[in-house]
Design a binder for this molecule. Sequence first.
Ligand code: CU
Length: 156
Amino acid sequence: MKKAILVATVALAAASVSALPALGHDHGHGQHESYSAGEPGDPAKPSRTIEIEMSEMDYNPFKIEVKRGEQIRFVLRNVGTEDHEFLLATTKENLAHAAVMKKHPHMEHDEPNGVRVAPKKTAEIVWKFTKPGTFEYSCLIPNHREYGMTGHVTVK
Ligand SMILES: [Cu+2]
């Protein structure tokens, strides 16, 4: 009798787990629908191009200014000898993300607000800065941020 109840309970638990809605592919980022630094841009619309060079261990330029509502096409050139990332977010968000990457250093990024670029390669991100404030771009590969890979975007 006792065993029958246990089996029934386990079956019920399994049924309720499979009945949960799909959670999507969240590998520790969260925030897939909204972004702290604005929103993904529309490549079909006009934008201003800003070229940023990445190397060990900085960005050039490391400081940019944009107008609120402006769309920027970032051309990201890795002129260094290691992989580098460009992740647009608030400092708070990037620090939280960096903590996750310490545990999973090989985490790949393929998100509208971030990209990893191999040496001698170039990538592009089109971004619309819809919110005023100060944001940053940072490389969250362990130790890169610590050694200086952070740049700032001021949105006026
Ligand atoms: Cu880097």
